[in-house]
Structures are given as structure tokens and as C-alpha cells.
Design a protein. Sequence first.
Length: 136
Amino acid sequence: MTATPHPVSTHFVPLSVIMADHGGDLGAYMAAHDTRDVTVTMAVEMEVAGKGGQKFFVAVAVTWNFDSAEPLEDAAAADCPTGHQLVFAWVPAHSYGTDEFGIYFEDAGIGATLQNGLIAEVIESAQVEALVADGS
């Protein structure tokens, strides 16, 4: 599966592509595709205590050119596979180093530990922290 430009001018790319084709380095993907706005996605099915098998579609947008998460979240919801629950986060990289910087996420209603763990998996696997801190 390859990444495709989205109507909101960000690339949506599966984490598996970042891992396989770019050594787990989102910055390398961005450089190779001449973009500064990417939403990394991960579809996952897992057993959740007391709820059995659950399907999630994790979408972590890392952007320099967006002032709002709304269009990104809407696009992620449109891409969310049938039967999956969306877990969305936005990293507004342009605000790194300011008081406004933070990671935005919509409460998915799945519990903070599970939600934070799914988002952290994408952030860590794609080396988002290093990318944002570098300012690339």
C-alpha cells in the first residue's frame, strides 16, 4: 500500500510503510515525498479486557502547515475502515518550543491507558518526537 495525497493536503500513510520503506523514520518519508504534513495510520485488532476483540484505526497527524486538527480528523474518520473505532491525535509541529505546543487527541471513549498506548505506539515507531524536536 502506498501513501496518497489527501484533499486536506496531507499524506495518509500506513505505519507499516514508514517501517518497511523508511526504516521507521517519518522524517525520511517526508523528505522522500517532499511534504511536511503526514498522517500516520495503523489499523489494529486486539483483545481488550472485558470487551473481547476490538478493532481500532489509529491516525496520528504530524503537521507544520495546519492551524486546526478538524480537517485532519474528518479525513481520518472518512478513511477509517468499517468496523474500526477511530483513535486520532494531532501533533502541531509548528508550535514546538512554544507554550501552545501539545499533542491534541479526541477522547475515543476506550480508556486513557489504551488510547494513550495506541497513540504512543505510532509516535514511537515513526520517531515523531525526534522529527519534531529537530524541526525538519
